[in-house]
Each structure stands twice: as C-alpha cells, then as structure tokens.
Design a protein around this ligand. Structure first.
Ligand SMILES: C[S@@+](CC[C@H](N)C(=O)[O-])C[C@H]1O[C@@H](n2cnc3c(N)ncnc32)[C@H](O)[C@@H]1O
Length: 266
C-alpha cells in the first residue's frame, strides 16, 4: 500500500507544542519509564522527525547512549541537527527511508524505536523485518501510534461539521491489528501498552490551531475533504462553528490522546 502522506516541520512542531501545553500527562515520561535507555545502549529511532525521542533518550542516559535518528525528511533532519548542535549533544541524524533497506549491519542495536511514524510503511512485513534484522538478539523494538479510540472529540466535531466520512487514518486504522500482528509474528515476545493523555482546551482558538496542524493542506492526509485553499478555509470555518457550540455547551473542549505502545523483544 502506498501512502501519500507527508509531515511538515511546522505542523509537527505545532502539534507537539499543543500536546505539551494542554495535556495533563507527559508521553516522554511514559516512554522513558517504559524503556529506561541506558548509557551503554546503541539506539536507532526511525522516523525521528526533529529528534524529539533521540534527545529524550540522550538526556535520560546522561548523554552517554549511542543514538541515531533516521528520517526521510531533510528539512526535519536539519532541524534535528541544529538542535543537536545547540544542545551540544552527540546524537547522529541520517537520511533513512523506512520503505528501503536500513543501512546497518545485522544485530547492531539494543533498541529500535519509532514514535508516530513507522506505521506509514508501505510494506509492514519488509519494514519490521528490517527493524528485526538490525536489532541484537534480546534487543527491543518500541513502536508508538494512535489507537482507534484516539481523539474521539476531534473526529466527532469534524464529522458534525462536514457530514463526511473521516479519511482512514494510516496509523489508528492499522495499529492494533495489522501492525501488532506483523511484529508479533517476527519477535519472540510482544505486548501492547497504552498511554492516555487528556487534553483540555480552555478556549476554542488553541483547538483550531490543533485542527489546522492536523488537517493542514500540506500533510495531504485530508484532501478528500477539500479541493483548494478556499474550500479548506471554509471547512475550518465550519469546524470552528461546531467547536464554538460545543465549547458553549460544555465550558471546555476536552479530547483524549490514546496512544498504543507495542513493545517487542527479538
Ligand atoms: C508524526 S512525525 C513523528 C516524528 C517524531 N518521531 C516525533 O514524535 O516527533 C512522522 C515522521 O515520520 C517520517 N516519515 C514518514 N515516512 C517516512 C519514511 N518512508 N521513511 C522515514 N521517515 C518517514 C516523517 O518525515 C516524520 O518525521
């Protein structure tokens, strides 16, 4: 399956910022408590974006773990490298397309992780085969992604505003099923962990910022809902009307991020 989707630096960073500002819980803490990255580990983060998870592991391991982030967006890699320099850190960032062979020898890493990224792979069997190959025996894979119950309020508001079906989300529609199954078939031990983060928006405006960073024209995920910029703006206007109605009714806009973490051992 070919997924025509692309992340943009601006939209990704806007969403991360909103999760941090309005969320009650911290996904980074959950991630490090689950993985406890140690100073002696060799780690690969696939679809690293601007380096969020790499820097998290680096801090947790007192800058001692050997960390590589791979992504196919040169723009995001540049961002990650700039931040690495600013932090005076020693993470490595390299071009990696997870639909192609990973340029590493067999049995290289203690941990391969991928946060909200690898489930876009066109051939799950191939990509998770690569993750398995580059892991050392006993090494762990950790893949996070949205579960079907994720952000229900967000989708309900969009449904009410548009009367159109929500396009199938490459993450949540496959995470618990196809992706879990692919990993389970390859690894010796696999489990599904969950993390819930309630986000409360005290006004409509930051919710609309979140909608724009999710539905953004540039991400090409939602193009079944609009054909051009004017239609896009009209759609956002409709969503804002519904959100404002819900806000008046409930006094807030509350949406829960429901994240799955597949943890597997080679
Ligand atoms: C939602 S972002 C998550 C980024 C980062 N892990 C984070 O949590 O901030 C998804 C990432 O997957 C990357 N990506 C999408 N398709 C890819 C591919 N075929 N190979 C490598 N990276 C890819 C995007 O460029 C983007 O950085």
């Amino acid at each position: 399956m070919q997924i025509h989707y692309q992340e943009t630096t601006k939209d990704l960073l806007a969403r991360i910022d909103i999760h941090e500002k309005y969320g009650a819980r911290n996904i980074d803490q959950w991630t490090t408590e689950t993985l406890r990255p140690r100073p002696d580990m060799k780690i690969l983060d696939v679809g690293c974006g601007a380096g969020k998870q790499c820097f998290l592991y680096s801090d947790y391991s007192q800058r001692k773990a050997d960390i590589t982030g791979g992504d196919f967006s040169n723009e995001l890699l540049d961002k990650a490298r700039a931040q690495n320099a600013e932090r005076n850190d020693n993470c490595r960032f390299m071009f990696l397309d997870f639909n192609k062979r990973f340029e590493f020898a067999d049995n290289t890493f203690d941990l391969v992780s991928s946060a909200f990224a690898i489930y876009y792979a066109s051939n799950l069997d191939f990509t998770f085969g690569e993750a398995h190959r580059v892991l050392k025996p006993g090494g762990r894979l950790f893949v996070t992604g949205p579960l079907p119950e994720n952000k229900k309020m967000f989708y309900d508001i969009i449904k009410e505003a548009t009367n159109k079906p929500i396009p199938p989300m490459p993450g949540s529609s496959r995470f618990k099923g196809e992706i879990y199954k692919t990993i389970e078939d390859k690894f010796s031990k696999t489990e599904l962990l969950t993390f819930e983060n309630p986000l409360t928006f005290p006004e409509v405006a930051p919710f609309i910022d979140y909608v724009r960073a999710s539905l953004s024209e540039d991400r090409k995920l939602w193009t079944s809902m609009f054909n051009n910029h004017d239609e896009y703006e009209a759609l956002i206007g409709e969503i804002e009307k519904v959100a404002t109605r819900w806000f008046k009714r409930d006094g807030k806009l509350a949406m829960t991020k429901v994240v799955g973490g597949i943890l597997a051992t080679k």
